[in-house]
Design a protein around this ligand. Structure first.
Ligand code: NDP
Ligand code: 8X3
Length: 253
């Protein structure tokens, strides 16, 4: 029987690429994000390409616990047969020294990257229990492993994800649920556009002169991670562009 993967933040970037790669691999897809129109486009396209898989989409803001709980618990029964959760929804807002940081930016990052991930995970765990190949994949970042100038709260939010990977692995051990942290360096997505609040020029400059990772690079890695045999878990991966050594040391041509 085909396995079902639940991807949060599937409307663009890494989450969308995961949907595309995992559809090709034959997984059924449960997709959510705030931008429902994007999800409709993805569902339409992937259903045409891969008519043998099932896709269910729904609008969700992971920051709202009541919404997370009611929408996930209210899913049709067949969509609660989940095998894999990819906690991908996340964002950065601003790149300012801590003394100039915007409280709204801080709230959006912590509410999405940390609290949203926790809300979804808590709600989904009962559906993963006793499932074949139960697996939670948390998208961290190189910012989960190091801190860079002006990255303060984004880095803190991703360090929290790193801690939660380790904590989930301990707490979910007896349930047989695998937990993997995926920590990418620079991936060219809408990430920098969101960080710089629509300043396209500034966002483009982030990736100028280097071959950044693509969402597909990350998605293919996740496809590998979730297809390991039952007794094998990949705990934690850092994936960087060849031209990036650390969060900020980049070899631009
Ligand atoms: P994108 O901006 O392209 O995608 C972010 C996704 O998260 C979108 O689908 C967005 O959907 C969703 N999202 C954001 N806020 C919410 C919310 N409140 N509720 C539900 N969904 C939400 O960026 P990426 O694909 O790059 O980012 C995906 C993950 O990868 C993030 O966790 C990011 O921190 C991480 N990451 C990114 C790196 C990069 O260089 N790009 C490197 C390392 C990690 P919508 O707006 O429709 O709600
Ligand atoms: C995104 C990568 O280095 O811009 O998490 O923080 S970085």
């Amino acid at each position: 029987m085909s396995k079902t993967v639940f991807i949060t933040g599937a409307s663009s970037g890494i989450g969308k690429a995961c949907a595309e790669v995992l559809a090709q691999e034959g997984y059924n897809l449960l997709l959510c994000a705030r931008r429902f129109q994007n999800l409709e486009e993805i569902k339409g396209r992937l259903t045409t390409l891969y008519p043998q898989i099932a896709i269910h989409i729904f609008e969700l803001d992971v920051r709202n616990y009541d919404e997370v709980k009611s929408k996930i618990e209210g899913l049709p029964a067949e969509w609660k047969n989940l095998n894999v959760l990819i906690n991908n929804a996340g964002l950065s807002q601003g790149l300012d020294p801590i003394q100039d940081g915007d409280i709204g930016d801080w709230d959006r990052m912590i509410d999405t990257n940390v609290k949203g991930l926790l809300y979804v995970t808590k709600t989904v765990i009962p559906f993963l229990e006793n499932q074949e190949g139960a697996h939670i994949v948390n998208i961290g970042s190189i910012a989960a492993k190091e801190v860079y100038p002006n990255g303060n709260v984004y880095c803190a939010s991703k360090h929290a994800v790193d801690a939660l990977n380790q904590a989930m692995r301990i707490d979910l051990l007896s349930k047989g649920i695998k937990v993997t942290g995926i920590n990418p360096g620079m991936v060219e997505t809408e990430f920098s556009e969101v960080r710089f609040k629509g300043d396209i020029e500034r966002a483009k400059n982030v990736y100028t002169g280097i071959e950044a990772l693509t969402g597909k690079d990350i998605a293919e890695t996740i496809a590998f991670v979730i297809s390991r045999p039952k007794h094998v878990n990949i705990n934690d991966l850092i994936i960087m562009p060849t031209a990036q050594a650390t969060g900020t040391i980049v070899n631009r041509k």
